[in-house]
Design a protein around this ligand. Sequence first.
Ligand SMILES: [Fe+2]
Length: 233
Amino acid sequence: MTVRALTPVVEDRIWTLDRPVWFSGVRLRARTTVVRLDDGGLLLHSPAPPNDALAEELRALGPVRWLVIPNGFHHLGTPAAAARFPEAKVVGPASALGKNQALRLDVDIRDAAFGEQVPELERLPLDGVPFLDETVLYHRPTQTLLGVDLVLCADAKDHWTWRWAARAFGCYERLRVPPDVKKKIPDKAAAARSIQAMLARPAERLVVAHADIVEDGWRDRLAEAWRLVGADV
Ligand SMILES: [Fe+2]
């Protein structure tokens, strides 16, 4: 039996891949999400560096057309993914370029050109948090919000280092704004407006990088996390 790396989330449309990453002395799970677009092409959101098995699995699903860096941090796997899928366009924030010499960007994620080329996606920038510089995508056909670091949550599946730290930070089994982001929200009113725009979408689920996929009660849980850091959501 072939062991598949990708886990289906929405039949024939969305898959995820979780991998361990070390960050600040703890081992987190980091997620790549694969979206099959209306034209049959694939969009890799927060791409992992692809190995042969993953590349083969992706090619069986469709041509990789887009590599999306959703914020200023989730760029690390993109140069390797871009080398593996040279036909794919790289989308991301300009802020990622200064952090990664190996990176090239074809389209700025905040540029209208991206929205025009993939009209089934709506871009929802998280304003007021330049430290993250995150843009959430709403995929209309599957009613899915795709983000990375706007909230996170540890649970029993996580490595002991992160379970331990998450209990101290208050994000064990609770969806919360990441501890390193809490003090870096200079415009809480702008952040609140951005979160409200996400809450207003008819989404069935919220996918982020370092938590289980949030379905039941995603609105209340997202709003609570941002209220706790002073955003009037
Ligand atoms: Fe992250």
